[in-house]
Design a protein around this ligand. Sequence first.
Ligand SMILES: NC(=O)c1ccc[n+]([C@@H]2O[C@H](COP(=O)([O-])OP(=O)(O)OC[C@H]3O[C@@H](n4cnc5c(N)ncnc54)[C@H](OP(=O)(O)O)[C@@H]3O)[C@@H](O)[C@H]2O)c1
Length: 266
Amino acid sequence: MNNEKDDMLSEETRSFSLDGKLALITGASSGIGRYLAGVLGRAGASVVLAARRKAVVAEEAARLREQGGQAVGIAMNVAETESIDTAFDEIHKLFGRRPDILVNCAGVALLKPFLEQTPEELDVVIGTNLRGAFLVAQRAARAMAEQGGGAIINVASTAGLRPGGMLSSYGATKAGLIHLSKVMAYELARNNIRVNALCPGNIETEMHREFEDAGFAQALVKRIPQRRFGQCKDLAGATLLLASDAGAYMTGTVLTVDGGQIVNSI
Ligand SMILES: NC(=O)c1ccc[n+]([C@@H]2O[C@H](COP(=O)([O-])OP(=O)(O)OC[C@H]3O[C@@H](n4cnc5c(N)ncnc54)[C@H](OP(=O)(O)O)[C@@H]3O)[C@@H](O)[C@H]2O)c1
């Protein structure tokens, strides 16, 4: 009886494995993306770390290789179609195939009152967080459809689920990305592609430091039932679930990892 239980457990544990998979992570030069590249690599995937700062992703990839993983760093500016195309061609040249997993993590924040945001700033936020994420996901999904399937994780935000002051354009792009994830999940199920939105709350990264520097830290923490900011490692379990066969029946999900911030009392 015990052996049967152990076998089942190991089968369930094995379903989180990413052995033999190729994963592309955008925004992998910093914060959440850089950390998640390591998580997917340690779960067995070959990982492609992409960002504009090629030297930084190359260095991080070298660090992951030293730890026994298979990793490369490539340049990709998600705001430029040509750069996305070049990056996908490079991945094909390097691996002879397309990614099975995409973590669409590249993003920029803009912390400014609605009345003060300029058209130029709006273009950058939309161009990166929404248009960029759309185009990378589309390019990846076309390849996944040809390859027989895949898993896409769009890194949105709780700011796309509830209004946050000074976050009008940022929150609007993340709300758009959440909606896009649902439509993609609906359309791409027939292609065996799962699409889910991961919504982190406040995670301590370079991006988050802007909020802390603006003096919001204490007020923000008070609104989180767990009374702490998240760390990148808090996103590891949810990401592995959505990326692997353990989440085989999950698509169109909006998964929050926020210490309970979204269910805070009114
Ligand atoms: N930290 C949080 O509290 C939090 C909460 C919810 C959601 N998120 C989301 O999580 C994601 C990662 O955020 P983070 O906190 O890790 O921020 P971060 O440390 O500032 O990292 C942002 C990443 O995005 C990349 N990036 C920005 N513009 C790009 C572009 N045009 N093309 C390609 N890559 C680009 C940056 O790389 P390069 O500069 O090298 O291009 C960097 O790797 C973002 O989508 C963010 O909105 C963060």
